[in-house]
Design a protein around this ligand. Sequence first.
Ligand SMILES: N[C@@H](CCC(=O)N[C@@H](CS)C(=O)NCC(=O)O)C(=O)O
Length: 222
Amino acid sequence: MKLLIGNKNYSSWSLRPWLVMKHFAIEFEEELILLNGPDWKQNLNRRTPFGFVPVLQDDGLVIGETIAIIEYLAEKFPGRPIWPGDGESRAMARMASARMHAGFAAIRNAAPMNLRASFPGRVSADEITQDISGLEDLLGGLLKKSRGDFLFGEFCAADAMFAPVAARIKTYDIAVSDRLRQYFAAIFALDAFEEWLEAALEESWIVQEDEIDFIQARQQSG
Ligand SMILES: N[C@@H](CCC(=O)N[C@@H](CS)C(=O)NCC(=O)O)C(=O)O
């Protein structure tokens, strides 16, 4: 089984299934496909079904789209608690994951994942206030009921879906409640997250389109 991923410093979607696979001790090879450099997009188009990472390759099967990859893993490894064990929590975990997949566009656009960077105060609170209050409602509500450090007690796929949000909040030092801050700290403390971060910090590639200076200059120019 092989997971194609993007640059670890920047590729928020790649981080999600990678965390699931590492945390649940699923053996896999990984291959990093650069999101920068000459012809990076043509190369990505050539190697992936839709021109995006992550992609999971397994025994001739090629699966794009993060949620589809995670669902495939959950079916292939039913003994690993990738989703919560009880049906109600599982439904809520899938709901939160789908919400992350389809929503929170303002924070995704204004505050790209950039693990090595620290830009406190660079993202205007006005721009992301609705997303932050949506996150407080969704995650805060689940955490209040949780019997552990994660959304549904132990770490599951829904937490992997929100890991890049934790990273964005840290890079841009965005104000959130103590409850969310503690939750994000639990994500950062995962061995799997630490392993990803260590590798990300060794990278030196720059993806211009994911750098805050570039994004804000583009916004200002039009
Ligand atoms: N809907 C896709 C999104 C994947 C995605 O946007 N991946 C980014 C890297 S984090 C990418 O491949 N970008 C290439 C591009 O923008 O052309 C998923 O859920 O996997």
